[in-house]
Unconditional design. Structure first.
Length: 267
């Protein structure tokens, strides 16, 4: 484990140093991300001037859920940005080179590009989350802190598993960029807003097929002390760790199976 951590920081560090050669561009991108996130929260505030609550959710509660989901999404994006265009590895024949290296292919792919500008989104999300925490009048304690940190980590793991599955599809179809874009966008949007605003069919999909609801929605019910289970067991509030482990295991097995069936494009 220590060896892999050292290698990860060495490989990722090389990419980060190359990005810092363009400090102004990097800084402007970080500022743009932070401003866009702040503007979105501002738009939510404008919306709630017309409606005091949306399906029982107040502005503070929606912003709390948004900050929680966006923080998890940002952590996932820092680690898994390279999966966005994984099909490039196949189209350009780079995956053949990756498979010859004395490292696990997924480890090498993830460590070859780490986009730190997502840190700006993560920091903005932390600020939004803390402000919403105060406005939602949640009592902070050690138990709440542990539950929150666990939720964020598990939510990031669930999102990562979904992105890995969409990237792995390219091992059969050669291209999966549009699928990845669709899944990333859908995951972010469904994790940052209460699923109770969606129709029953969508809620079932987000619970049992693409279990993004376990990433933020059900844990947020626990933190906000909201009794809105939509007919689901109350135990779902504590299901994020189990779902995260299952999703990571299934997604990695799918990745491994895809590599076993991979055939070079010959480029």
């Amino acid at each position: 484990m220590r060896r892999y951590l050292k290698l990860y920081f060495l490989l990722a560090g090389a990419y980060v140093r190359s990005r810092f050669q363009y400090r102004l561009s990097f800084g402007l991108r970080c500022v743009t991300i932070a401003v866009s996130e702040a503007c979105l929260v501002g738009l939510l505030g404008v919306l709630f001037t017309k409606f005091r609550a949306v399906n029982g959710w107040t502005l503070a509660e929606v912003v709390f859920l948004y900050g929680l989901g966006n923080l998890a999404y940002s952590l996932m994006r820092i680690v898994a940005s390279q999966l966005d265009d994984f099909d490039r590895y196949i189209l350009q024949g780079d995956l053949d080179s990756v498979l010859t290296k004395p490292l696990p292919p997924l480890f090498y792919v993830l460590s070859s590009r780490v986009e730190l500008h997502h840190v700006a989104r993560a920091l903005t999300s932390v600020v939004i989350f803390i402000l919403a925490l105060n406005f939602a009048q949640i009592r902070w304690s050690l138990g709440v802190a542990v539950f929150t940190v666990t939720t964020v980590v598990c939510a990031a793991a669930i999102m990562f598993a979904l992105v890995l599955v969409s990237a792995t599809v390219a091992l059969w179809t050669t291209k999966s960029g549009k699928l990845s874009d669709l899944l990333i966008t859908a995951t972010k949007e469904s994790a940052t807003f209460p699923i109770s605003i969606y129709p029953l069919a969508v809620r079932l999909v987000l619970t049992f097929i693409l279990p993004v609801a376990f990433a933020t929605y059900y844990p947020a019910l626990r933190l906000l002390q909201k009794e809105e289970f939509l007919g689901m067991p109350e135990a779902f509030q504590f299901g994020a760790p189990i779902v995260a482990l299952v999703m990571l295991g299934v997604s990695y097995l799918f990745w491994y199976y895809g590599l076993r069936r991979y055939q070079s494009t010959g480029t």
